[in-house]
Design a protein around this ligand. Structure first.
Ligand code: BDR
Ligand code: CA
Length: 317
């Protein structure tokens, strides 16, 4: 079993990742930590609690940061995820409450309790991870791995020609995460734009998963409508669930490695720039940073099957 903490801004594709992590037999989901991103941190926390409740699970939800480290807070992308973060399905308020600890405090406590065992899976802006490093820098050597959906190395960005949304939302926090002495795996747009989830799949999930399937299909419809209006695809991208898939089976991805800096201002703000050609550049930005991994190839058929299997498994009956 792989122990994970999922740091998230639910978010329609976040819900796909969270449900997959709950249902997958190789994952032990310790808890959810929330951040602003697709919605405010208050809404993200409400949404995380709703997903936990809907699944009938009893795991902690810790509320995290509500604003970026330095940059101003941008308007939330309600045209992508809806005003409620779930495609305007407007779920009833959950009964549960977040725990008293902040997301960063919870991460620090859990990592220290199980050194070498916990993978942090981050599928939103990275402020909670940066805050956890600030509270206790020693967690960098105690975390098993940091797997994040965010960034893009060689493909096109989705919020600028070079930037991906999670990284642009808090580039200063992202730069701290890339610079820390832990192993980061970037599961970014280079691979997530290769994996499309279509309506037929969500119709199957709605039919076979009586607990959360109809909700997932209804929310996904909003995401699919958005993506099919701006990109030439018949479905939506499997962004956040790709990070969970990496934890389960990294062999479905091809990776490269290099030191990573995040541009924190200017026209390239939010770009994840990896020194990947082994060239000693005259500019010193990358010097002294750890080599991190980035996914560049993916077996999309296997990834879609992993999502489908998790969402339609006996776990939900
Ligand atoms: C990422 O941004 C958010 O909109 C999604 O939830 C995903 O984490 C994709 O760029
Ligand atoms: Ca997300």
């Amino acid at each position: 079993m792989k122990k994970i903490i999922l740091d998230t801004d639910p978010g329609i594709d976040d819900a796909m990742a969270i449900f997959t992590a709950m249902a997958h037999p190789q994952i032990e989901l310790l808890g959810l930590t929330t951040t602003f991103g697709n919605v405010s941190v208050e809404q993200a926390t409400t949404n995380a609690l709703s997903l936990v409740e809907m699944a009938g699970l009893d795991i902690p939800v810790a509320k995290g940061v509500g604003t970026p480290w330095v940059k101003e807070l941008n308007p939330f992308p309600d045209f992508v995820h809806g005003v409620d973060g779930f495609g305007n399905v407007n779920l009833p308020a959950p009964k549960g409450q977040p725990i008293a600890q902040s997301a960063a405090q919870y991460i620090v406590e859990q990592v220290n309790a199980c050194p070498g065992e916990i993978t942090l899976v981050a599928v939103g802006p990275l402020g909670n991870l940066a805050a956890a490093l600030q509270i206790d820098p020693s967690i960098a050597e105690k975390v098993k791995e940091v797997v994040l959906m965010g960034g893009v190395i060689a493909a096109d960005g989705n919020v600028s020609p070079v930037a991906e949304a999670n990284i642009l939302s808090d580039p200063h926090a992202a730069d701290k995460v890339m610079a820390a002495a832990w192993s980061v795996v970037i599961v970014g747009l280079d691979v997530t734009h290769q994996v499309v989830l279509n309506n037929a799949l969500f119709a199957k999930i709605a039919k076979e998963n009586t607990k959360v399937g109809q909700f997932m299909a209804d929310a996904a419809q909003f995401y699919i409508d958005f993506y099919s209006s701006i990109r030439d695809i018949d479905g939506c991208y499997a962004h956040d669930v790709s990070a969970v898939a990496y934890v389960v089976d990294s062999s479905m991805f091809g990776t490269i490695e290099g030191e990573v800096c995040v541009a924190t201002d200017g026209v390239a703000i939010g770009q994840t720039i990896m020194s990947r050609f082994g060239i000693p550049y005259p500019l010193t930005f990358w010097q002294g940073r750890p080599k991190q991994k980035a996914c560049m190839q993916v077996d999309s058929t296997k990834l879609v099957a992993l999502f489908e299997d998790a969402m339609t498994s006996d776990y939900w009956n």
